[in-house]
Design a protein around this ligand. Structure first.
Ligand SMILES: O=C(O)CCC(=O)C(=O)O
Ligand SMILES: [Fe+2]
Length: 198
């Protein structure tokens, strides 16, 4: 299945729900679960230190250091599985990436709040390629308050093996989130490939 452009104003969001064959996705899930040094990072929320409601890791080229939610992350080196996946994603996206942020949502209680990936290090029109592996989760998009177009929020289901690409003005005009769910869902791994400008 090819990438399909979603009909969203002031954004370019593309989805391929079947980017990885199920056997490949299963292989990556097992490999990355074991090979990645997953951490639960603290963030400041309304002036208080709390732990992020998910596990994270950051891999990339040396020197692709990056600020994320007030954290300074310097990347760990590429593992063989991450390199292989990077090549496939670069081919599909038609651009190159020098780093990847990994998120492990251990259960339906793990989540990611509303945000845009609009850090200056990513440049004005970043291409962000997001691979999901494991359980399907809902991915929400809404216009950025006060900035984005008049449009209702929308919810996508991102299945394991899917590839979502956000590019163009998406980060400027829209926000996205992965809400908690009361449904019994297993772990989900998400990898967002990015190009950090040094
Ligand atoms: O888990 C996802 O699908 C989204 C991850 C995300 O938005 C991010 O890492 O910035
Ligand atoms: Fe994001």
């Amino acid at each position: 299945m090819p990438l399909t452009l979603l009909p969203l104003p002031a954004a370019e969001v593309l989805l391929n729900p079947d980017f990885l064959a199920p056997a490949d996705a299963a292989h990556y899930l097992t490999d990355l679960n074991a090979a990645i040094a997953w951490r639960q990072e603290p963030i400041r929320l309304f002036g208080k230190e709390v732990l992020q409601p998910r596990l994270t890791a950051w891999h990339g080229d040396e020197g692709a250091a990056y600020q994320y939610s007030g954290l300074r992350l310097s990347p760990a080196p590429w593992t063989p599985a991450l390199q292989a996946l990077r090549q496939r994603v670069e081919q599909a996206a038609g651009t190159s990436f020098n780093s990847v942020l990994l998120n492990l949502y251990r259960s339906g209680q793990d989540s990611m709040g509303w945000h845009a990936d609009d850090e200056p290090e990513l440049g004005p029109e970043p291409v962000i390629a997001s691979v999901s592996i494991g359980s399907a989760r809902r991915f929400r998009l809404r216009p950025r308050p006060g900035v984005g177009p008049a449009h209702p929020p929308l919810t996508l289901e991102l299945p394991g093996g899917s590839l979502l690409i956000m590019r163009g003005l998406t980060q400027r005009n829209w926000q996205h989130a992965v809400p908690k769910t009361a449904q019994a869902v297993g772990p989900r791994l998400n990898l967002t490939f990015r190009h950090v400008i040094s």
